[in-house]
Design a protein around this ligand. Structure first.
Ligand SMILES: NCc1[nH]cc(CCC(=O)O)c1CC(=O)O
Length: 307
């Protein structure tokens, strides 16, 4: 049997899909082949919010899965809508690489070293809100495109810096180009950032069993809490929400720490809170923290600029 692993066409997507395919072969001995599927998010470089936001990168791969054209779909977990999809099983969440955001700035600078008025590119409302909340006098400039396109804006001198996911840079072998890795407690990553999602058809027991070997329990618990918070806030992947959870060993009992940020890209005061609980209950921790954030006003904050 040869497993057909579906991937988007971008350099990042094919790299991470081949890494999953290689891991699958290593752990289970099964043969794999990559099948490229083109998605609306790749074909269209208008702002994500305009072309459907949540899920534009994901649905074409899921369609190929349901149509039986591929057996496995590999996504960046942070691109995955929180709502479950009919007939689709999230069969594996491999070990998270790196949750952090990275800065690539001109002349090796860090964010703090950039002079006031510097132009920093990101297309993410979450990054925009947190960059503004740092109060550094930076001008945040909208940006889309693949990793290469974004970095080239700094190399061309069009921007002073860009902020992007460290995991993407690592997977592409370009992490050395980062001039700063932002502390994930200071600039909270997107829920699921740095983790991958491996899906199969819900009724495909055989592939589900193979993929289960790739699942990492601690990563699965952390991203489940992060995504539960996002779902309970009724926010999508393009909302100004950051969340990061870690499993910590508290005298032999495994605890999950979840920290969250909700903001407003235009700079209204933001909300930061954290919660902890048993690693057995990631969904409950996310729900409780979301309720606390809503009680503090997260709801109206996130929707302040909604169209
Ligand atoms: N927003 C798009 C996206 N989706 C996943 C990644 C790569 C990193 C990851 O796996 O979280 C990126 C690029 C980025 O945010 O810089």
């Amino acid at each position: 049997m040869t497993l057909r692993v579906g991937t988007r066409a971008s350099a990042l997507a094919t790299t991470q899909s081949s890494q999953v395919a290689a891991l699958l072969t290593e752990l289970t001995g099964v043969e794999t082949e990559l099948v490229t599927v083109s998605t609306e998010g790749d074909r269209n470089t208008r702002p994500l919010a305009e072309i459907g936001g949540t899920g534009v990168f994901v649905s074409a791969l899921r369609d190929a899965l349901l149509a039986g054209e591929v057996d496995v779909a590999v996504h960046s977990l942070k691109d995955l809508p929180t709502a479950a999809a009919d007939g689709i099983l999230l069969a594996a969440v491999p070990t998270r690489v790196d949750p952090r955001d990275a800065v690539i700035a001109r002349d090796g600078l860090t964010l703090g070293e950039l002079p006031a008025g510097s132009r920093v590119g990101t297309g993410s409302p979450r990054r925009t809100a947190q960059l503004n909340a740092l109060g550094l006098g930076i001008e945040v400039v909208g940006l889309r495109g693949n990793v290469d396109t974004r970095i080239s804006k700094v190399r061309d001198g069009e921007l002073d810096a860009v902020v992007l996911a460290a995991a993407g840079l690592r997977r592409l072998g370009r992490i050395e180009e980062a001039t700063e890795l932002l502390d994930p407690l200071q600039v909270l990553p997107a829920p699921g950032q740095g983790a991958l999602a491996c899906e199969c058809r819900s009724d495909d027991r055989e592939v589900a069993g193979l993929l289960a070997r790739l699942d990492d329990g601690a990563t699965r618990a952390a991203v489940t809490a992060e995504r539960s918070l996002l779902a309970s806030l009724e926010a999508g992947c393009s909302a100004p929400v950051g969340a990061w959870a870690e499993v910590v060993d508290d005298d032999g009992s495994l605890q999950l720490w979840l920290r969250a940020f909700a903001g407003d890209p235009s700079g209204a005061p933001s909300i930061r809170l954290s919660a902890t609980g048993s690693v057995q209950d990631p969904t409950g921790i996310g729900e409780r923290l979301a309720a606390e954030m809503i009680a503090e006003g997260a709801d109206s904050l996130m929707r302040a600029d909604a169209p």
